[in-house]
Design a protein around this ligand. Structure first.
Ligand SMILES: [Ca+2]
Ligand SMILES: [Ca+2]
Length: 336
């Protein structure tokens, strides 16, 4: 077992920079995974659950007591995402944009809307009558929705903002977006993209990411609508709609693991091989190669490691195949 006498001082370690392989974007909808959800809540029916409808509705009647006030809640199951994310965007598809009314009485003219989008704080827990970020889709109502302002100031088009994660938690304003009078049924509306969204996703710890959308602004669109903000309609397709492609969609491009490098090479027991430990990204897999001359790296020790993807920010692989008498052995780890 000459392996035992291979001196650590004769072993060198190297790590490559993260390979700049193109990472395919991952597309999640509110139907993905086991925890995806989409629904809306309405002030006028504060104990009703509206989660099975084919459209999700956002409305602001211009005051905090309008029975038509509605807010959208979306949750994506991000447990399968490789982290960290490098880029992300959230898209909704318009189902209805008009000046108000319904059926033959509907005012057909599309309108201009401004919407606010919030992220529910990671780790928000249930309490005081409010659900946590694990809210059940079929249980969410106006009265129990996390971070919702149930009545009074802000109830019409805002949520509780702050850092709290108890009693349903609070939320952070991530941005705002517009749906304009040229965006009618079937047209995609990008709700959010960029670093704020990326940071929000990367800060998540439990694979549950909830967005809350409220309507903050409205202006006249095409033609001469006779309606008020309270009457104008804006809805988006839910995952219960007939076309799965119209469900709310979160597109995430994985980035390289932070601080990717080999952390150590050790010999845990005299009978074992070299244990190589490196900085990993959750969900990532790696290839480990060895070389005797830092030139020929064709000796692949393992790929697809760890099986199922890394579960933490460090991953290790034991090389128990060091030939007797090896004078030096170099390692490198490649992110797949
Ligand atoms: Ca739904
Ligand atoms: Ca979370």
């Amino acid at each position: 077992m000459h392996r035992h006498v291979v001196s650590a001082s004769l072993l060198a370690l190297t790590s490559t920079a993260p390979l700049l392989r193109a990472q395919d974007p991952v597309v999640l909808t509110t139907a993905s995974g086991t925890n995806g959800a989409d629904t809306y809540i309405q002030f006028g029916v504060p104990d009703s659950n509206l989660s099975t409808q084919t459209a999700i509705v956002v409305k602001y009647g211009g005051n905090n007591t309008a029975t038509t006030n509605r807010k959208i809640y979306l949750r994506f199951d991000t447990a399968s995402l490789q982290k960290p994310a490098a880029a992300a965007k959230l898209d909704l598809t318009v189902a209805l944009n008009n000046g108000g009314g319904s059926g033959a009485a509907a005012v057909p003219n599309a309108q201009n809307f401004t919407l606010a989008i919030y992220g529910l704080n990671d780790g928000a827990t249930a309490g005081n009558g409010f659900l946590g970020e694990d809210w059940a889709e079929t249980a969410l109502t106006w009265n129990n929705a996390p971070a919702n302002i149930v009545s009074g100031a802000g109830a019409g088009n805002a949520v509780r903002e702050g850092t709290s994660t108890t009693d349903g938690g609070e939320a952070t304003l991530l941005g705002s977006f517009n749906v304009t009078d040229v965006q009618s049924a079937g047209i995609l509306a990008m709700a959010l993209e960029g670093q704020t969204l990326v940071d929000f996703l990367n800060a998540d710890t439990d694979g549950l990411v909830t967005f809350i959308i409220t309507r903050t602004g409205w202006s006249l669109g095409q033609g001469s609508p006779t309606t008020t903000q309270g009457n104008s309609n804006l809805t988006f397709h839910s995952k219960e709609g007939t076309n799965p492609a119209f469900a709310p969609t979160l597109t995430v491009t994985p980035g390289a693991a932070d601080d990717f490098r080999i952390l150590s090479i050790t010999y845990p027991t005299p009978a074992s091989g070299a244990l190589i430990t490196w900085r990993s990204g959750v969900g990532r897999t790696y290839r480990v190669e060895s070389s005797v001359d830092l030139s020929d790296w064709t000796n692949e020790l393992v790929d697809g490691w760890p099986i199922g993807g890394a579960t933490g920010d460090t991953t290790a692989y034991e090389d128990a195949s060091i030939p007797p008498g090896t004078p030096a052995r170099y390692y490198r780890v490649l992110e797949e």
